[in-house]
Design a protein. Structure first.
Lengths: 532, 302
């Protein structure tokens, strides 16, 4: 099949019902005539020989000497890599990180570099489990290095192993992992699933401390990141770029390796998810009905187990290595080529379906706060130019939003939900009143450092992530959501799409324009001013 | 009080004071008597357990490939098998590639401090694997005499001269005990190189990760007249080094290069080089397989 770009479909009488993600399930919804559906481009063709492409990138980097020339015996080499939050769902083995790291280690071994350390750049995320590390690094790397203690996970609360690099012109503290800073070379291995990832954010956030990250992970910055998927209009990224330039100026030598994936997200068993509804053949229709109906009859915990076992057959579309900024520009081009769809004009009501997984609930439960973050943080921000929905418009997102939490991975989320959201949902108030006490709580810090828990401050960041959307929107409706949990988030719950649209009409007026962001796979809307 | 303890308390009459010696003494460690495990009833039980349960399981987990099996067909028993040691799986894996006739007449030297520290463990080791206690912290006359006596009685002996599983995946310096037993009894040493068990269940690894393994069998080595055990051990190590290279490459390549059995440095680079062949593209597992692990067909069509 030839590659096809994304496009905007106008719903007419013949348009088949549209697929909505609905957590660990699906919904087929008929959108009103005249609504628009934004369809993503087809997956780009994958590179036939990823290893050869990686070797080529390491040998001919952008604005840097070849990696081989940067390695010498007796040096300290640190290889940092993206954590379990990328890609989504996890990639079918071999994970692209393992391919890149193997090639880097081949060169290091050939050069006789003895002092090598791998660090999972997890910032304030949870520590990865052994199985997750094995999957990300591959068996060869893990078996050779982990028993020798050469695979570590970044610990933002280990003050002895953090070092202050300096302050940016705007007074932002840059405090990073000591090993990374004091190495002769820091190689960063990234996966760029969406345009937010990568660039200076990799090191400046991934290997930083809470005191450093708080300078850009706050309400003020997030409200002015329009969007944080568009690096040139994102304060989040401006701050990270200032930090990155300071890091480079202070003498930390970084060799950035960024990889991009296509959107071939689901395996053959879920082939219908990769296709447009009117192209579903008999097999797709049958497997959709069988899947959707059996999932509806399956207990949610079992359905979750099944979905979290999905391994995506992502293909590598490109790899670039060398100087951070130059590499990232090349990466962004590739990401946009895969994900960007031109859309004319904003809409009154934006609809979307939320999947079972977001960056922070890999192998875990999507709790209401993560539902909020995935919808208002990630999907709402998948735009360039202007938001898909107009100021004061309504966002309708489909998700069951059960008030369920994973106590091992998300302990502070439970308290955030019970103690903070019962008081207020205003990000600015939440930040001023509660952030400090959660961030410095010794029990959360203990769980973050020794178990697999997200840092105590993480649910706050989830809330700030949606601050721009909260500021912009006139209302949010969760289609099919648990009414009590939805109200706790400060939104409206609706059981059918018609009900949701009716509630939305009450906010935006009687004859609204409706646009649906079709997912999967991921797409990013390039929204022009339009006629409206 | 658990149910079992409670029942035992009710059923068993209390012992009268003064009946038992002051110290509770149980033979364990190197003093544990394993004779019972070489009597016919125990051998029948062991044969059934090994052939019916243990070895099929180990074969499924390790999928061994045997190189040099012809040396096993032409054995002049009894012999002393000498192997490198990476994992607890090494013993059953070696037993699984031995011809049944040989396997059922083989005893295994096992660390007295680890396998014979508690009576239940000692009985199980002796019964299931035919283990005998070997003192590995210091030279022990008792374990040396036991090993020699058994070889003289016609038992094959499997020893791991490194004295324990490797902590880092790389071979450790061999001790001279095996060479001494072979030269004092005048029996040949059969070197065996076990490759791949480090990845499946290395020291410190908590979960079993099925994979493939290779067992390479070398030619019999005889002690030369007047050769000291140390010198003989060096020859055994040299032979193991060739077999190790053969597991990684092929017969010819193995004899052309000169990597020693024990690497000069214990750096990660050495393990990285030596383990490369174990990670070449392997056939995908048929079942169970996570969704999506099959390569996407449509990708190639584009």
């Amino acid at each position: 099949m030839a590659y096809r770009p994304g496009f905007v479909l106008e719903v007419d009488r013949a348009t088949p019902p549209t697929l909505f993600w609905y957590g660990e399930g699906f919904r087929l919804e008929r959108l009103p005539r005249g609504s628009r559906i934004v369809y993503p481009p087809d997956p780009l063709p994958a590179l036939r020989d990823p290893r050869a492409a990686i070797r080529e990138a390491l040998a001919n980097p952008i604005d840097s000497e070849p990696l081989e020339a940067l390695l010498f015996p007796g040096m300290r080499l640190t290889i940092a890599f993206d954590d379990v939050s990328l890609p989504l769902p996890p990639m079918a083995a071999p994970d692209v990180r393992s391919l890149v790291i193997e090639e880097v280690l081949e060169l290091a071994a050939a050069k006789g570099v003895e002092d090598v350390q791998l660090i999972a750049a997890l910032a304030l995320h949870r520590r990865m489990t052994e199985a997750e590390l094995r999957h990300a690094l591959g068996r060869r790397v893990y078996d050779a290095l982990a028993p020798r203690g050469m695979v570590r996970q970044h610990d933002a609360e280990d003050k002895a192993n953090m070092v202050v690099v300096g302050y940016t012109d705007e007074g932002e503290l840059v405090e990073l992992n000591r090993r990374a800073v004091e190495s002769d070379l820091l190689v960063y291995v990234n996966i760029n699933l969406v345009s937010m990832d990568g660039g200076h954010k990799s090191v400046a956030t991934g290997l930083a401390s809470y005191d450093s990250i708080r300078h850009h992970h706050n309400v003020q910055t997030m409200v002015h990141s329009r969007s944080f998927m568009d690096r040139h209009n994102s304060q989040l990224h401006s701050s990270n770029w200032r930090m990155g330039r300071l890091i480079a100026k202070s003498g930390v030598k970084i060799f950035q390796i960024e990889t991009t994936l296509n959107t071939n997200t689901f395996p053959q068993a879920f082939r219908f998810l990769n296709r447009r509804e009117w192209e579903w053949d008999l097999r797709d229709r049958a497997s959709f009905v069988a899947t959707a109906e059996s999932l509806r009859r399956t207990p949610p915990s079992l359905a979750r187990e099944i979905f979290h076992r999905i391994r995506s057959p992502y293909g590598l579309t490109g790899v670039a290595a060398g100087e951070v900024e130059a590499v990232h520009e090349r990466t962004l081009e590739r990401v946009f080529r895969q994900q960007l769809v031109e859309v004319e004009g904003q809409t009154d009501i934006l609809t979307l379906g939320l999947p079972f997984v977001g960056p922070y609930n890999v192998n875990s439960i999507m709790n209401p706060i993560l539902v909020y973050c995935l919808g208002l943080g990630y999907f709402f921000n998948m735009y360039r130019g202007r938001p898909l929905v107009r100021r004061g418009g309504v966002l309708i997102m489909a998700h069951p939003t059960r008030p369920e939490f994973d106590p091992a991975f998300h302990p502070s989320y439970i308290d955030f939900y019970e103690q903070v959201l019962t008081e207020t949902t205003d990000p600015a108030v939440i930040e001023a009143k509660y952030e400090e006490s959660f961030a410095r709580d010794p029990w959360y810090i203990h769980l973050y450092r020794t178990q697999n828990a997200y840092h105590g401050v993480h649910p706050f960041y989830m809330w700030y992530w949606g601050a721009h959307a909260l500021d912009h929107l006139g209302g949010v409706i969760i289609l099919g959501g648990d009414p009590k949990a939805v109200r706790r988030l400060g939104f409206y719950a609706a059981s059918t799409l018609d009900d949701a649209l009716e509630i939305a009409r009450g906010i935006v007026g009687p004859d609204p324009t409706i646009t649906h962001l079709h997912s999967p796979p991921l797409l990013m809307a390039d929204v022009s001013e339009g006629l409206a | 009080m658990t149910l079992g303890n409670g029942l035992r308390f009710v059923v068993r009459a209390p012992s009268r004071p003064g009946q038992l010696p002051l110290e509770r003494r149980r033979a364990s460690g190197v003093d544990f008597d394993t004779d019972f495990a070489r009597r016919d009833p125990a051998r029948v039980v062991r044969a059934m357990l090994l052939d019916g349960v243990v070895l099929p399981g180990v074969r499924a987990v390790t999928r061994p490939k045997l190189i040099g099996g012809e040396h096993l067909d032409a054995l002049e028993e009894p012999v002393v098998f000498v192997a490198n040691h990476q994992s607890h799986l090494d013993t059953p894996l070696v037993l699984s590639v031995l011809p049944p006739r040989v396997r059922h007449r083989t005893v295994v030297g096992a660390g007295a401090d680890y396998f014979f520290d508690r009576p239940a463990k000692a009985v199980a080791s002796a019964l299931v694997l035919g283990a005998i206690p070997i003192e590995r912290q210091r030279a022990s006359r008792r374990s040396a005499e036991l090993a020699e006596r058994l070889v003289r009685e016609g038992w094959n002996l499997l020893l791991f001269p490194e004295g324990g599983r490797t902590p880092d995946g790389l071979p450790q310096g061999p001790k001279a005990g095996a060479a001494q037993v072979a030269s004092r009894t005048g029996r040949p040493v059969i070197p065996l190189f076990v490759d791949g068990t480090w990845e499946i269940l290395g020291k410190g690894q908590r979960r079993l990760r099925p994979g493939t393994t290779t067992v390479v069998v070398g030619e019999p080595l005889w002690a030369r007249a007047g050769e000291r055990p140390g010198a003989f051990t060096e020859r055994i190590a040299a032979s193991l080094a060739v077999l190790g290279r053969e597991a990684a490459t092929d017969f010819w390549e193995a004899r052309r290069s000169a990597d020693p059995f024990v690497p000069a440095s214990r750096s990660w680079i050495e393990l990285w080089r030596r383990s490369a062949h174990r990670h070449e593209e392997q056939a995908a597992r048929r079942w169970p397989r996570p969704f999506g692990s099959r390569a996407n067909v449509e990708d190639d069509e584009r």
